[in-house]
Design a protein around this ligand. Sequence first.
Ligand SMILES: C[S@@+](CC[C@H](N)C(=O)[O-])C[C@H]1O[C@@H](n2cnc3c(N)ncnc32)[C@H](O)[C@@H]1O
Length: 288
Amino acid sequence: MLRISVEEFSIWKKKQLSKGGDQQSFAVLLDCIGGISTSDLQLISINPEGNLHLKQDLEFLESIWNEHLLKSCPIQYLCGITFWRDLKLKVSNKVLIPRPETELIIDIVCNLFKKKSDKLIFAELGTGSGAISIALALAYPFSEGVATDIDQDALEIATKNYLNSSKQSNLKFYCGNWWSPLESFKGKLDLAISNPPYIPKDTYEKLPKEVKNFEPKVALFGGEDGLKHIREIIQKAPLFLKEKGWLILENHFDQGETVKQLLIKNKFTSIEIVNDLSGIGRFTIGKI
Ligand SMILES: C[S@@+](CC[C@H](N)C(=O)[O-])C[C@H]1O[C@@H](n2cnc3c(N)ncnc32)[C@H](O)[C@@H]1O
């Protein structure tokens, strides 16, 4: 640990932020590499005379910050870590950085299934870093979860994240195209969740470079109209869900109404478009 005065640290921090970037990314760098958490930072303002203990020196932290600014590489990839709900997850450029808005999926599930002792059988299609499935497996300790992805590298990261986050063994990982690894779960699922790739072609081409140049295309690109994967997931969902089983999908900001129509066409009921915290119809849910 390296001791540094709060005064020296504050001057250094101001200089780094004056070069560009945002507070949130800087906080990730300080926490993941520097060992200074957000609550440590709050204490600084209360005790400006004190000292801080850093895991890495300021020069090293500055070199990562400079690389982030120069290449527009997401700080989470440079640090290899991200925070999502109360989880600390490994990430690499093989997985999408789980977004804050996706955190709401867990609250939607908790509203639908109120008893934490429920023996839910759930599947997450396209798990990436494993964020959603791990949070659910922890929230419902008696559940049996399966998380799938087409990318074996992503599944390796998700498996590591699960082992780091949980002492339980109620989550399994399978590789394959959407429903194909789940044949043995036909008619058995209480719940299926997916945040599939849903960005339409035109929008994908215009994504900010920190997304387009670094995050996996397979995690983002949803075909010409963005709905290629959502259609496939909805069409086969009734085969895998139990009677009264729920499907929860994340979609692009303007896809809610179309996803709702797809659910109606495939005999879902109790369909609802759920807004994210910015008031955007980000999730569409339905019961079979
Ligand atoms: C938008 S990311 C979501 C990742 C994670 N669930 C999250 O919310 O952060 C979509 C995920 O779907 C996976 N995927 C893409 N095409 C797939 C397919 N045909 N079958 C299964 N998974 C697929 C990607 O590899 C990626 O991990």
